[in-house]
Ligand binder design. Structure first.
Ligand code: ASP
Length: 449
């Protein structure tokens, strides 16, 4: 049994939906279909979800939303037209969209989520209708009916574990079920969405609940590239990657798959395959708990910019009990979240996301550290990029760090910080942001091709 999730670009037009129908028909194990809202038809197009965001703001400004509703409706109508979808389904979609013009928004914390979720909800109705018109025994299932219960955290819902038991009951269903992604219901019956891009999360939850053999995530690329195609011309794509490796890559900006979507399938030990709707015969990239192939110690190279580093050094720091605790307490008092903290005998570096800082806060923070910690040296460096070399294979092979630093040295790239956790899944290098592209390239040619 498989859960197949189709992203917005796979459902943006009737041409794309035709490919989706063929994919579903090609494999009788694809019985649980999770859909996003229609995405962009071309690079300058607008996603239906973004039109709904506009609808929300227009309502808040007390302006007329009928033109927007018509634009959104036409997107569904245009997709459904060549399939001769039952008129009743289109009427239902129109009515649902029209209701968004009337639901009250004052004192309604779920208004935004209700508006946004309609993108996926109506698309699931449409896709179920299209599958029926194509002769499939398919039906739409609302997340409430499915049992997808979530916490009451608008735009950031989390699944309640009892949902898995309810979802499991659907295993025996004879029909192909089409489920809207991106949202669930609170116990009080309110719509709550996951964070943006959250249909991947829904797919993973449905896969974990049904205990299927595979979660197929259909998108518009042939799997996950080993490095960003913006830096490397036609990079290789990965055949397989472990959840732990994927977590590290996702942290540093690999966004093919929603980061939070890894959790449910990881826990349920269900492999996820990222596949291309436009090239379904390509095997794609499989994410699983264990990787059998360790030929290359590295699976991918990622980078993420926008970091600052506070360097604190104090002679005999290692003998001072509670030193780090005091530093972290200061960070907490300033409500600052840190990402990494590599340390030496007498120094520590605290790496944080620069978007949390501003010049006044920074000055106050440094003053406080200077006053309370009395360091010998204290400085802050900005414009750092973290380059991450990821691969569980490095556990089994000596020299991955040496090869990486040698590659960076050949290009005269100064390493401001190195961090390798004892799990040996990744090595992280802090470099100046201007050298990001050079670093990615030299590391890519060291470990790939
Ligand atoms: N449609 C939603 C978004 O654009 C969720 C998704 O596509 O996964 O964020």
């Amino acid at each position: 049994m498989k859960v197949a999730k189709f992203g917005g670009s796979s459902l943006a037009s009737s041409r794309q939906v035709k490919k989706v129908v063929n994919i579903i028909k090609a494999d009788s194990e694809r019985r649980f279909i999770v859909v996003s809202a229609p995405g962009k038809r071309s690079s300058d197009d607008i996603k239906v979800t973004d039109l709904l965001v506009e609808l929300y703001h227009t309502r808040l400004e007390n302006r007329d939303v009928s033109a927007l509703i018509e634009t959104i409706f036409e997107r569904y109508q245009e997709i459904g037209a060549p399939f001769h979808v039952d008129e009743a389904i289109l009427n239902q979609i129109r009515q649902d969209l029209q209701s968004l013009a009337d639901i009250p928004y004052e004192n309604n914390p779920h208004f935004y989520d209700t508006v946004l979720a309609s993108g996926e909800d109506n698309n699931a109705k449409l896709i179920a209708g299209i599958l029926q018109a194509e002769g499939e025994n398919a039906r739409y299932v609302n997340p409430q009916e499915l049992g997808m219960l979530v916490t009451d955290e608008p735009q950031n819902a989390r699944i309640l574990s009892k949902s898995y038991t309810s979802i499991y009951q659907w295993r025996e269903s004879e029909e192909t079920l089409v489920i809207p992604g991106f949202f669930g219901y609170t116990e009080a019956g309110e719509v709550c969405t996951f964070s943006r891009g959250g249909s991947d999360i829904s797919g993973a939850i449905v896969a974990a609940g049904l205990k299927v053999d595979l979660y197929e995530n259909f998108t518009d690329v042939d799997g996950i590239f080993v490095a960003h195609p913006g830096y490397i011309h036609h990079p290789e794509s990965m055949a397989e990657v472990t959840y732990r490796e994927m977590r590290e890559l996702a942290y540093a900006g690999f966004t093919v798959f929603h980061e939070e979507a890894l959790m449910p399938s990881y826990r349920a030990k269900i492999p996820v395959v990222i596949k291309n709707t436009n090239n379904p015969s390509h095997p794609g990239t499989i994410i699983k708990n264990e990787r059998s192939n360790h030929d290359n110690p590295v699976v991918g190279i990622a980078s993420d910019e926008g970091f600052s580093m506070i360097y604190i050094s104090k002679y005999l720091m290692n003998r001072e009990v509670g030193f780090t605790l005091r530093v972290l307490e200061i960070l907490r008092d300033f409500n600052l979240n840190y990402e990494h903290m590599p340390s030496g005998i007498d120094d520590i570096s605290i790496i944080l996301r620069a978007n949390q800082l501003n010049p006044e806060l920074e000055e106050e923070l440094l003053r406080k550290i200077a006053y309370e910690i009395d360091p010998d040296e204290l400085r802050i460096t900005h414009d750092l990029t973290m380059v991450v070399v990821v691969g569980e294979g490095m556990k089994h092979r000596v020299g991955t760090t040496a090869e990486s630093t040698a590659a960076l040295a050949r290009k005269s790239i100064n390493i401001e910080m190195i961090n390798q956790g004892s799990s040996e899944v990744s090595i992280m290098f802090g470099i100046h942001k201007e050298r990001e592209q050079d670093a990615i390239r030299t590391l890519y040619y060291t470990f790939f091709e």
